[in-house]
Design a protein around this ligand. Structure first.
Ligand code: ADP
Length: 397
C-alpha cells in the first residue's frame, strides 16, 4: 500500500503546537512529509530555533504518523521558520491579516516589547498604536472572567487555575492572565516551567494542561519586591493584552489582586466585556471583605456574575463533614449580591500539594470530591453564558 502526502498531512492535522494550541498544519509548520516503503520523513518548521517544546513537537508528530496504517517508522527533521512564515503564524493566531508593515509600525510605537512593565504613564485607550488592536475588544468572542477576592489567602489563584484546567478538559480553549501583582502564583500552580518565547514579532504564552498563561511574574527579577504604581500597572496590562499572541481563546481568566484597585480599573477600561466572580470562604468576616470587591465591580459597571465558596468543608474518612471556617458565608454573600452561589469547593490537602507541584488536582484526581466540584463549577459558568454588557469602553484619564 502506498501512502499519499495528503493522507499523511491529514494524519498531522489534529497535532497541535504545544504553545499555541493550533494545528501544526494550519500554522504552516509542516514543510514536507514523504513516505518510502513505510518509512515517513517529516520536516517541521519551529517558530523559534531554541523552542523548548521541540521534543514535545517531535513526539506528537511521530505518534500521529505511526497511527497511519502502513507506517513502519518516522524520521522527524526540525527546521526554523523564516520571518515571513512567522508573520503568517502571528496573523493566524491573532486572527488578523498578515501585514508586516502595520505590525512594525505598531512595534515602533509600543517599545519595550520584551519587558513586562514599562515606565510610561499615559492612560490611552488600548491598542491606540497603529496596527495593534485590542484582541479582547467589544466584538471579541472571548469571555473574560475576572476572579477576585476581598483578601488574600482564600484560594483565589487555586480556584482560577483549577477552573481553567477544568474548562480546558471539557474541550474549551482557555487562557489565564495572572494579574495578581502581589502573588504571581499561577505559573507554578499550573505547572508552567518555561518563560514565554519573545521574539521580534510577538510573545507566545507558554501552556500547561491545555491552558496558556501569561504572568507579570515572568518579567520580574526573582524575589524582587515590586511596587506597582497605578499607571505602570496599567501600561503593563496593556502590553500583555496587545503584544501577546493570545490566539482568540473562548475564555480568558484573569487572576486579580485581592481587594479593590488599579487592576480592576484597568480591566474595566481594557476588557469591556469582563464579568466578575468573587471567591470567599464560609466565614462571615471573609464575606464582608468580599463584598467590597463586589461593590467596586458595581461602581465600574462590571457585571458580578456569581460567588464561589472555597474551603467549604472537610470530609472525614467516615464521610462526615467538618466545617473549620464556619458555614453559610458563600450563600449569604450570593444572596446579598443577588447572584448565584456557583460552587462550593471542599478542603483537600491534595489541592495544595497539586498547586505546589504544578499538577492541578483536577488533572491528578478528577474524580475526587474537589475534582468534581471544579468540573461542576466549570459547567455552571459555561451555562451562565456570556454577560450582556451594554456599555462602551470606559475611558479613564
Ligand atoms: P489566594 O490566591 O486567594 O491568595 P491561594 O490560591 O494562593 O489563595 O491559596 C492559599 C493557600 O491555600 C495555598 O497554599 C493553597 O494551596 C491552599 N488552598 C486553597 N484552597 C484550598 C482547598 N480547597 N483545600 C486545601 N488547600 C487550599
Amino acid at each position: 500500500m502506498s501512502l499519499s502526502e495528503q493522507q499523511l498531512i491529514e494524519a498531522l492535522r489534529p497535532v497541535t503546537d504545544p504553545e499555541l494550541n493550533v494545528s501544526i498544519v494550519e500554522l504552516g509548520m509542516v514543510k514536507g512529509v514523504t513516505a518510502r516503503r513505510g518509512r515517513v520523513s517529516a520536516t517541521i518548521a519551529l517558530t523559534v530555533a531554541g523552542c523548548p517544546m521541540r521534543d514535545e513537537v517531535t513526539r506528537r508528530v511521530r505518534s500521529a504518523l505511526l497511527e497511519v496504517r502502513g507506517v513502519k517508522g518516522v524520521d522527524v527533521e526540525l527546521t526554523v521558520m523564516t520571518p515571513q512564515e512567522l508573520e503568517a503564524v502571528r496573523a493566524r493566531v491573532q486572527g488578523r491579516s498578515a501585514d508586516p508593515q502595520a505590525w512594525q509600525q505598531g512595534q515602533a510605537g509600543g517599545g519595550g516589547h520584551s519587558h513586562g512593565h514599562s515606565h510610561g504613564g499615559g492612560r490611552q485607550p488600548l491598542g491606540h498604536e497603529e496596527g495593534r488592536p485590542n484582541p479582547f475588544g467589544p466584538q471579541s468572542r472571548t469571555r473574560v472572567i475576572g476572579i477576585s477576592s476581598g483578601k488574600g489567602g482564600v484560594g483565589k489563584s487555586s480556584v482560577t487555575v483549577n477552573l481553567a484546567v477544568s474548562l480546558a478538559a471539557a474541550g474549551h480553549d482557555v487562557a489565564i492572565l495572572d494579574a495578581d501583582v502581589y502573588g504571581f502564583s499561577v505559573p507554578g500552580m499550573l505547572g508552567v516551567r518555561q518563560d514565554p518565547i519573545v521574539d521580534d514579532l510577538k510573545m507566545l504564552p507558554p501552556a500547561a494542561h491545555g491552558v496558556r498563561c501569561i504572568s507579570m511574574g515572568f518579567f520580574l527579577e526573582d524575589e524582587q519586591p515590586v511596587v506597582w504604581r497605578g499607571p505602570m500597572l496599567h501600561k503593563a496590562l496593556e502590553q500583555f493584552l496587545v503584544d501577546v499572541a493570545w490566539g482568540d481563546p473562548e475564555f480568558l481568566l484573569v487572576d486579580m489582586p485581592p481587594g479593590t484597585g488599579d487592576v480592576a480599573l484597568s480591566m474595566a477600561q481594557y476588557l469591556p466585556t469582563s464579568e466578575m466572580y468573587v471567591v470567599t470562604t464560609p466565614q462571615p468576616a471573609a464575606r464582608k471583605v468580599a463584598q467590597r470587591s463586589a461593590y467596586m465591580a458595581k461602581k465600574l459597571n462590571m457585571p458580578m456574575r456569581g460567588v464561589i465558596e472555597n474551603m467549604s468543608w472537610w470530609t472525614m474518612p467516615d464521610g462526615s463533614r467538618q466545617t473549620p471556617f464556619g458555614e453559610g458565608g458563600g450563600s449569604q454573600l450570593a444572596g446579598e449580591l443577588e447572584v448565584p452561589l456557583l460552587g462550593q469547593i471542599p478542603m483537600d490537602p491534595a489541592l495544595r500539594e497539586g498547586g505546589d507541584t504544578g499538577q492541578p488536582i483536577v488533572t491528578s484526581a478528577p474524580d475526587s470530591e474537589v475534582g468534581r466540584a471544579f468540573s461542576d463549577l466549570a459547567g455552571a459558568i459555561v451555562k451562565r453564558g456570556k454577560a450582556r454588557v451594554f456599555r462602551s469602553e470606559l475611558t479613564v484619564r
